[in-house]
Write a protein that binds this ligand. Structure first.
Ligand code: 5GP
Ligand code: ZN
Length: 110
């Protein structure tokens, strides 16, 4: 893991970020600058730079990420009203934290 990766620091509990969910593979926390009433970041604990760096060995990790997204959406009460799932990929795609994460955004019309 790169020393300067903020999300590795968060995963390693080197910040006071509160987790809404944690298991051996993922953590979930609120985005510090929410773009909507519900804006969560779903983050694999392992350091992967971006979608570009996924390999076949990450297949279950990525599948699990989407299962987790559906679970978090239910818990946040946005599963029926609807939500967006977003990966920003590299600088031109709006990525600013180079540690793979899935944005879960919703809650406008609950
Ligand atoms: P990206 O643009 O890389 O896909 O998204 C990174 C997200 O991380 C941004 O939406 C930004 O607001 C969020 N973020 C950046 N620093 C922190 C932080 O220290 N804590 C939390 N909770 N979110 C952060
Ligand atoms: Zn990292």
């Amino acid at each position: 893991m790169p020393d300067d990766c903020l999300f590795c620091k968060i995963v390693n509990k080197e910040t006071d970020t509160r987790f809404l969910y944690e298991d051996d593979t993922y953590v979930v926390f609120k985005d510090i600058h929410p773009a909507a009433p519900v804006h969560l970041l779903l983050v694999p604990k392992t350091h992967i730079r971006s979608v570009n760096d996924l390999t076949p060995s990450h297949q279950s990790l990525v599948g699990g990420l989407f299962q987790l997204a559906a679970k978090m959406a239910r818990e946040q009460g946005v599963d029926q009203s609807g939500y967006k799932l977003l990966f920003n990929v590299e600088k031109g795609g709006g990525q600013v934290i180079f540690h793979l994460h899935l944005h879960l955004i919703g809650g406008w019309n609950r």
